[in-house]
Design a protein around this ligand. Sequence first.
Ligand SMILES: Cc1ncc(COP(=O)(O)O)c(C=O)c1O
Length: 393
Amino acid sequence: MRLRPEASNSQLSGIGEVRLYGRGKEGIIPLWVGEGDLSTPEFINNAVRDSLAKGETFYNYSGGEPALKEALARYASKLYGRALKANRFYVTGSGMQALQVCFSMVAGVGDEVIVPTPAWPNAAGAIQVRGAKTVMVPMPFGNNAYTLDMERLEAAVTPRTTCLFINTPANPTGTVATLEELKAILALARKHNLWIIADEIYSRFYWRGDVQKRNDAPVRAPSFQDIREEGDKIMFVNTFSKNWAMTGYRMGWIEADPSLGGIIENFIQVSTSGSPLFLQRACITALDEGESFIQHQIEKAKASRAVMSKILKATGRVRMVEPDGAFYLFFKVDGVSDSRKLAFKFIDEAKVGLAPGTAFGTGGDEFLRACYLRDTAQVEEAANRLAEVIGRL
Ligand SMILES: Cc1ncc(COP(=O)(O)O)c(C=O)c1O
């Protein structure tokens, strides 16, 4: 039997490989995947129980329960300080499915998608399975930061380019695009008639102190929402996974111009045919009542970030991106170039699971990623163990 090249070429991600190696090993502190240590809060889970008790187990709208679309519109309008109507929102089974659907609309065989790297590998994976080409454009690292290099981005545009994938705050680097940088990217997209798939799922985890609080709107990172105009070709992907500790729910959403609504709903129809209504009820509760839980997660991430960054820096052997957002520390150890090998060594000798930089495309090969959205004492313990091994290298 002959498989499509997209199928034969598909590979286990570098994160998956390390995780497989470390899984089940006694005493490992798992900082390799992008999730915290809290399970979903009970007030959110209770909404599922109530819904099931009511027998809400039937087929539902493929693009999402209207009450959830309304809740998304309320949440996003407040967060971005602009009126966003419910007909801009489409519910998906995870942020990952949101990406799949968006890429399905703009990237197929013969098309190219530009991805500034280092970047979260699943985006490239979703492009690859559609038969499109991921054009990774490594961003330069200097002065302990990755910077957005617009010249490199523009040089990567070809007549086959259909789309830019922009993730800010970024996984794995924690880099956050400024408003000026977002404007430059939008100008590039307008000039070459490209789509932007905007992945701003970490926007609530924003550490720069430059936030002007707008009325009672929560703190967040700069967004394409701040600059987009009518007719701009931007699709936003988002997820319930991170803000509300709902990774296992597999629930997300797309926000896009309502003119795309019919297509998005059809694409969802022919993949999952919609998300379970009982999970959507929990998402409504999360959006309407979950603000103090998000604040709790933010405080925890802030404290853990400070502790980890301090301990690793004190080794004198580590260069790192001082993250402005998300909940990852991306660092490299001086004199070590093989991050994959080092990730295995950290499992064996520090009992700490990290993701190797090789998993995130070009430009971050020597780095490792640690997710710090965990109990601060545990993150401190992990950082001390890492520092001890680093001291012996
Ligand atoms: C940048 C980015 N986008 C999207 C997602 C998708 O999250 P999920 O599929 O859990 O909704 C993740 C998950 O780690 C991510 O890091």
